[in-house]
Design a protein around this ligand. Structure first.
Ligand code: IPE
Ligand code: MG
Length: 223
């Protein structure tokens, strides 16, 4: 969900006002996902690299994400949305935020209409590092045989092993990068880039992306 800072700067506002404006973008897009009948949607809310931002902004984002979660979870739950988080739960994530994450996951765990996953304190390489550490420990303890390590087994060590690989990846704000997002999972995803800044993004923009996706031919290495 990129472009909040630039959206705000263009209006002479503070960067954090751009983050605040991103809330409506997110929940309109979630409504769009429900309308489309998408079963899975994952959004990049905070990366392991975002800690490098000024302390004020980091603090704002932590409080903002927490407020957003508490303010919206009942509505999401009522709509049949399962809310989940991928990323590192420890480190600098405040214990209170972690508790709200766990409560929200437990509260919505049985919902199946849409799984809305927040990548929060998430990095694609961090995910692989965390997984490989557990895999190596399991090999050391003879719980797995190194010769049996294959793609299917590596998947079991990702943050959300049951999450299907994304069909479509949308990047906003005119940046042509992956920025450490779902590195393993997007091997065959269709990439869609738009100039739209995240706070301006609405369900119609999601529909545009899905329409373009539908026109693509996916071969997965075959012909
Ligand atoms: C994305 O918007 C929000 C987060 C990373 C939390 P940015 O803050 O990266 O906005 P730009 O890229 O500076 O415009
Ligand atoms: Mg950015």
């Amino acid at each position: 969900m990129d472009g909040n800072g630039r959206w705000a700067q263009r209006r002479g506002l503070k960067r954090t006002d751009g983050h605040a404006a991103g809330e409506e973008a997110l929940f309109d897009t979630v409504e769009g996902a429900l309308e489309l009948g998408l079963a899975w949607m994952t959004v990049y809310a905070f990366s392991t690299e975002n800690w490098r931002r000024p302390l004020d902004e980091v603090r704002y984002l932590m409080n903002f994400n927490e407020r957003l979660l508490l303010g919206r979870r009942d509505d999401l739950h009522a709509k049949g949305v399962r809310v989940r988080f991928i990323g590192r739960r420890g480190g600098r994530v405040p214990a209170r935020v972690r508790r709200h994450i766990e409560d929200t996951e437990a509260m919505t765990a049985k919902n199946r209409r849409l799984t809305l996953t927040f990548a929060f304190n998430y990095g694609g390489r961090a995910e692989l590092v965390d997984g490989m550490q557990r895999l190596a420990a399991d090999a050391r303890d003879h719980r797995i045989d190194p010769k049996k390590v294959d793609e299917k087994m590596i998947r079991r060590y990702l943050y959300a092993p049951d999450m299907p690989d994304p069909d479509l990846l949308v990047r906003t704000s005119g940046e042509f990068r992956i920025s450490n997002y779902l590195l393993w999972e997007i091997a065959y995803s269709e990439l869609y880039f738009t100039e739209t800044l995240w706070p301006d993004f609405r369900r119609e923009h999601l529909f545009d992306a899905v329409r373009e996706f539908q026109a693509r031919e996916r071969r997965f290495g075959a012909i």
